[in-house]
Design a protein around this ligand. Structure first.
Ligand code: SF4
Ligand code: SF4
Ligand code: SF4
Length: 445
């Protein structure tokens, strides 16, 4: 475990309403050996839309007090809550750039034995995981990847905006949370409503129906796109998408998108058990998602021995050479890209049962044209190999392989016709020696 560089600022909502998010964050950070500590004395960040609008000075002074506690301990500050991040970072930036304001705030802080210098860093958990730990290191720690799972990220407004003070990721087209999702082996699905608000703040304003309308809109888009789950960090967003969705389900609405916080998915991928993470506290059922994931783990486990799945995903997204495949050009029965897509969805057994992978004639055109030197043929080669291991091979190929294994050849010389053409008999083949060689090899496997 690294020495603590961070004071973890949990805020009010996580320990009060989502203690399972706190638990998964703590367990995941421990597994990644990220050092952090809990500091005594923190209050609410305070919440921006309520406290700031009601009393700006109290908002700033409270935020500055929290920041100064971390500074006094010589630590940077980290938070997993979008609201806390937005408040603390905005206050920090404001105080760093307005000297008069900083002087006034320090005048009050000094009277309780504190001082705000402005030297600390304020980071969101996503910022820490992406910019410091890094997707590469996370990938290397993953034990149970989410291969084949389609996950939609909801960064939430206050993780990224206002960009003038947050400066962490693109406020309209963010990518860092998606990179972290992909580091867990899942496919982070891009979607139109990604950056729309969850609607939680409308609920504070007493507009429950309008608030739910925003929530519903996004959930319906994800359902239409056959997304497996939504991932987010903001506790307010979680309450909106999980608890409000559940209430809508109970009213008979056909919404069904399981919602996870990123530390929960990270914890699962790192090998933590669902019970340790407290997933039973979710309101929207997560069981089907987790069962599909377990199934995929079994299926992909075998495929992953032979294929680099992120490279297969890149190939699927590229598709540049598909139009040059001579077989795909000639027959509608072979759709290489669609087959690769089905593999990425985990439909491996279905592919092994079908004749489609055998349409690839291994002409190497895709390999030669591929700028990555990947080649779609690699995928079909692996599918053929697995199909062979299960005895799921088209009869014509099975016959050929049977002859080879028996004689070491794909056909015996036709001596009768060869003789008619005046050809001398060929020397005998080495079938017996060759079979001995195979036996030795087989015994040593
Ligand atoms: S999406 Fe809603 S709850 Fe989440 S950060 Fe934005 S306003 Fe807050
Ligand atoms: S190797 Fe297979 S997939 Fe690639 S171009 Fe040839 S037939 Fe198509
Ligand atoms: S084989 Fe190469 S060029 Fe063809 S789709 Fe895949 S990555 Fe793109």
């Amino acid at each position: 475990m690294e020495l603590a560089k961070y004071a973890f600022f949990w805020g009010c909502q996580i320990p009060a309403r989502l203690p399972f998010m706190e638990k998964s964050t703590r367990l995941a950070l421990d597994r990644l050996a990220v050092g952090y500590t809990d500091l005594a004395g923190f209050t609410c960040c305070p919440e921006k839309s309520l406290v700031k609008n009601f009393n700006k000075e109290q908002w700033l002074l409270t935020a500055a007090r929290n920041l100064s506690l971390a500074e006094r301990a010589g630590l940077d500050l980290i938070t997993a809550c979008n609201g806390c991040y937005s408040t603390l970072k905005s206050a920090h930036m404001q105080l760093r750039t307005d000297h008069e304001l900083k002087k006034r705030v320090n005048y009050f802080l000094q009277q309780v034995g504190l001082a705000y210098q402005g030297a600390l860093k304020v980071k969101h958990l996503v910022e820490l995981l992406h910019d410091e730990v890094g997707p590469g290191k996370i990938r290397s720690y993953v034990r149970k990847p989410f291969s084949g799972m389609r996950i939609a990220s909801h960064p939430g407004c206050h993780m990224l905006r206002p960009s003038s003070v947050i400066r962490f990721d693109d406020p309209l087209k963010p990518a860092k949370l998606d990179a972290l999702v992909e580091a867990l082996g899942a496919h982070s699905v891009d979607y139109q409503l990604k950056m729309t608000c969850c609607g939680g703040a409308l609920s504070h304003a007493g507009e429950e129906e309008d608030s739910l309308a925003l929530t519903r809109k996004k959930l319906l888009e994800l359902q239409k796109m056959r997304v497996d789950a939504m991932v987010l960090l903001c506790p307010a967003c979680f309450i909106q998408y999980d608890q409000k969705q559940y209430l809508a389900q109970r009213r008979g609405e056909r919404l069904n998108i399981p919602v996870f916080t990123y530390p929960e998915l990270l914890g699962l991928a790192l090998g933590l058990k669902r019970e340790e993470l407290g997933l039973e506290s979710h309101r929207v059922a997560t069981g089907d998602f987790l069962a599909r994931w377990e199934q995929n783990l079994d299926r992909f486990g075998e495929v992953k021995q032979y294929l680099d799945l992120p490279a297969v995903r890149r190939c699927f997204e590229c598709g540049a050479c598909v139009a040059d495949c001579p077989v795909a050009e000639t027959t509608d029965s072979f759709k290489p890209r669609e087959l690769i897509g089905r593999l990425l969805e985990g439909k491996i057994e279905e592919l092994l049962q079908s004749k489609e992978p055998w349409y690839c004639v291994e002409c190497h055109t895709c390999y030669e044209l591929c700028p990555q030197k990947f080649g779609m043929e690699k995928v079909f080669g692996v599918l053929k190999r697995l199909a062979w291991e299960r005895g799921l091979v088209p009869a014509s190929i099975k016959g050929g392989i049977g002859t080879f294994l028996k004689t070491g050849r794909l056909g015996e010389p036709d001596e009768k016709n060869r003789k008619k053409l005046g050809l001398e008999p060929l020397p005998s083949g080495g079938a017996e020696d060759w079979q001995k060689l195979l036996e030795i090899c087989h015994k040593q496997e």
